[in-house]
Design a protein around this ligand. Sequence first.
Ligand code: PHE
Ligand code: ZN
Length: 878
Amino acid sequence: MRAEDAPLIRLEDYRPSDWLIDTVDLDIVLDPTRTRVRSQLQLRPNPAGHAGAPLVLDGDELTPDSILLDDVPLDPSAYSLSAQGLTIHAPPARAFSLRIETTLDPGANTKLMGLYRSSGVYCTQCEADGFRRITYFLDRPDVMSVYTVRLEAEKTQAPVLLSNGNLVAAAELPGGERHFAVWHDPHPKPAYLFALVGGKLDHVRQDYMTADGRKVELAVYVEPGKAGRAGWALDSLVRCMRWDERVFGRNYDLDVFNVVAVSDFNMGAMENKGLNIFNDKYVLADPLTASDGDYASIEAIIAHEYFHNWTGNRITCRDWFQLCLKEGLTVFRDQEFSSDERSRPVKRIADVRTLRSTQFSEDAGPLAHPVRPRAYKEINNFYTPTVYEKGAEVIRMLKVLIGEDAFTRGMDLYFERCDGTAATIEEFLDCFVEASGQDLAHFARWYEQAGTPTVVASGKYDAQARSYKLQLAQSTPATPGQSHKQPVVIPVALGLVGKGGDLPLTSISPALKAGGVVVLDQPSLSLTFTDVPEAPTPSLLRGFSAPVRLELDLGDSDLLTLFTADSDSFNRWQALQTVAMRTLVRAGKGDMSTLDATASALGKALSGFLADPALDPAFAAQVLRLPAPADIAREIGIDVDPDVVHGAHRRLSAAIGGALAGQLADLRVSLTDRGPYSPAASPAGRRALRNEALGLIALGEPASGARLGLAQFAEADNLTDRLAALAAMTLIPGAEREDLIARFGELYAREPLVLDKWLMAQALIAEDGTLTRVKGLMNHPAFSLGNPNRVRGLIGGFAANLTQFNRADGEGYGFIADIVIALDRTNPQVASRLLGSFKSWRMLEAGRRAKAEAALRMVQTTPNLSRDVADIATRSLA
Ligand code: PHE
Ligand code: ZN
């Protein structure tokens, strides 16, 4: 079948499986090129399915060595094989067993789906549909089975043998060269949560006692010699387990919990039951090889995967359309955890930045889709910012709308009612309807309707009547397949800010709910606040209470008032961003007339802000960072010239950096920590501010920037400061920069995860020479197209370089398109993600748009594309 002809899978076509599999017994003999898999399945007809239906087992790149039904070899006429699997035409209409043997070549598996080897370690990845690459199966999440897994291997090759659940037996085999281990997972689970690991691994471990009294052995496994870098992950695990007990009342449910880090992994990490497998980038950390950002990501992703044990594993998804049921909810949970561990406002700002740069841009382009898609050709292309990040925003809004107590009761009900099942969004929402007594039918539209709503707000104060009238209107732009949009339920958390702080909120409008939340669920709404003693400045969408674009009728001076006086930290940050964004949008369209005035207004506001002795450095670091060029481009939205946008960003940054250079340099001195490195939030916040300041100085006063950058590199005792020095120097062309790049590369020649950042820093240089530089770096001994992290670092970095990916001559597009085509032959998932870099091509000016389109067409018309890449190419061009 050609990829373009892949069937469209539709939510409305869902039917329960005709067959169920109660138990799975796997006997796997690991071998680098000939791994033998014996599977025994206990099947029975599903009472909810069609009686007498054939048994259609999924299989991908498999051939059966033998098939036995109730221990009798199956006659070849009784079944047929296809590229999609194995069909037994007339299975007995009762429970029966099936034994199937397959042989795998894990060493040749470059797709990194199913069983593969990563630096000599056997490992698996089964979500979404990788289990069918191991053995024939009903590979769908609503078929849940109890697994027993026997693993056998040569002792020297794989001294560690792990699978899901608890270890029930392990021993040497006669002769002493081979050994085996048997793992049993008592919790029925879908096949996508199966995992095994075999290899030479070191580990760190710790005992843990759950709140409900279960003793659990926790362990983190890493490549030999790297156990010294596993401590932070283990520490994060313990903290998130306690947090889930305290905040969600969730205890762990097995005797062991293992985390394994591997160096070749398509995604971030995977929540396999009791055996999480991680991209090593999200496990390994020590001060000289991991940045503050890495420490924070490790903490968040360890938590994310652990939290899946309840939201994903105990309660899984009925089908892949419900992916946000586990992902959106689990992202929400990990964000809450990080907020509690660190600074809530700073975490919120960082998350909103990510949401806007990844999800808003997806929503604005040809790949836009609802949080719960209705149809897909390739499910791997739906692990998106929309499903994850917007999915989390929907949960956050739900909590704001029904209130904290009802939210907690709804979650408790969900855990109780849906435990052990494969559930749907409807079943999830029903729990909150019951817990809150509210009708959530309209709210549910957030799951169905794609696109980022815009809220337009305007207000008017009546001094005589002491009243303030606020008008809100919403609209959502058309997205592929959804030309006509309905209003959604938008919780707008707000305040009215006066000279001395927040003013009381009094209104008889039913739209105003407790806690200062106005619910905008109609196309427009007008409400009047009474007893308002002075002309207020409205602070809208506090804490970013809904994933929408907000257009305000406030002038810069009102926004600067909010920046200093708002009680909501998020909106303080947002106010300054808005001031900068307005000028940058204008300048990005070629009108520089307001740029210098804004630079001086921002400079003044920042100068006062930075002088405050009560300054929170982590928050201040966020404030200092202007909207990124890609965000400005997205706001412009049409006929974008990336060079003009980039130029505007540079000019504003340089003006601010120049005006504040002296103050920033002094501030940097006062922020310098003398003690040993700690990844904790507060020293990390000081480093963040210090390094944000360095970037501004580098643009405003390149000579002092270079001096400070080189000094920082020489003195740094941690990767964060070294990387910041490198990043600042990449802004300043010249021999010193090239020298620092070379020294950094040598220093970390044997640290691939650090080299990824080094590659990316170079790939992001906004200069014409970057494409040549990147092509040259593909020959670096550490680079390989076979390793997803290397590809994401160098090639992904280049594709994120606004001016160079979007070179006017189209060479950037051609380069990425060629790599997508080459990579598609070995790893379609990584190739299709890379192709997603074209998602904003329609907003470009005509010349670039034509060149981007030509590159996409070149990909689309390449013969034998994977379903993954064909799907993205086709949707991008539609
Ligand atoms: N389920 C994983 C997570 O979010 C992501 C993932 C998807 C990993 C598919 C691998 C493959 O937590
Ligand atoms: Zn997840």
